[in-house]
Unconditional design. Structure first.
Length: 256
């Protein structure tokens, strides 16, 4: 760091992030794992009957009307009643009317072999609505008309990921009829995740980076580093594998 003004610098990057000196490397191969966060919708406590969460479930974002339904009151629940046992855990997700729920999936790179599975049903007493599953601009399943059954149906899709699709995984609900509500549970996207290791260090002293230990990051995910110069110093430059970043890259950068 060069002696100049006193300041703090903050760097937030995707997949791999910088300090004064960063080294990126491929880690050892990992085992297959589920890359979906909160795919069984169990992470949030629910109120008593009728058991609506009233906001996006942990790990997900949503557009349109939606709820989580409490299986513990399924005998009288206006949504889950008559749909059979909950596929996994005690909660299911439900979207009443048209809408979308999704999340960004880390750990995927072009060529990654993936196995998607999810359980679905429709609220009893309604004519049906369409469900489509996408990864970015690519349709993985559907659109298909979902009607009520006495138990959940499990769909499975095997695919090879392409980064041109983007990693925005989405369930899309369209053409609702009546008071339709599609129910979802046990969402899994099994794959061997692609990761990067990031080794930060400060050259010349006069400042710190936090965290200061090697980090393993899912490809496409976030990890923040904070750079703190010593009093009377500023950040001189940031290098990633020997390449100096310009200011815009220093503020927000993406490495693959």
């Amino acid at each position: 760091m060069n002696s100049k003004t006193r300041s703090n610098a903050f760097l937030h990057c995707i997949t791999a992030v910088g300090a004064l000196l960063l080294a990126l490397a491929m880690p050892a191969a990992l085992a297959q794992q589920n890359l979906i966060v909160n795919g069984s919708f169990e992470a949030d406590p629910l109120p008593a009957w009728p058991g609506y969460l009233g906001k996006a479930p942990t790990g997900w974002v949503e557009l349109g009307g939606s709820h989580i339904i409490n299986e513990n009151v399924q005998a009288t629940s206006p949504f889950h009643w008559g749909s059979g046992p909950v596929p996994d855990g005690t909660y299911v997700y439900g979207c009443q009317g048209g809408g979308l729920i999704g999340q960004y999936v880390g750990g995927l790179a072009t060529g990654t072999a993936c196995a998607l599975s999810f359980a679905y049903n429709l609220r009893v007493g309604n004519p049906g609505m369409n469900l489509e599953v996408r990864m970015g601009n690519h349709t993985l399943w559907g659109p298909a008309l979902v009607t009520h059954k006495s138990s959940y149906t499990t769909a499975t899709v095997n695919f090879t990921y392409d980064e041109s699709w983007t990693n925005a995984f989405m369930f899309i609900f369209t053409n609702p009829g009546g008071d339709n509500t599609i129910l979802l549970d046990n969402v899994k996207l099994m794959a061997v995740p692609v990761t990067r290791t990031v080794t930060p260090s400060v050259v010349g002293g006069n400042g710190t980076i936090s965290p200061n230990t090697t980090q393993t990051v899912l490809y496409g995910n976030n990890v923040p580093f904070t750079l703190t110069p010593s009093p009377g110093y500023r950040v001189s430059e940031i290098k990633v594998n020997g390449t100096v970043l310009v200011q815009r890259q220093m503020d927000f950068c993406r490495f693959y």
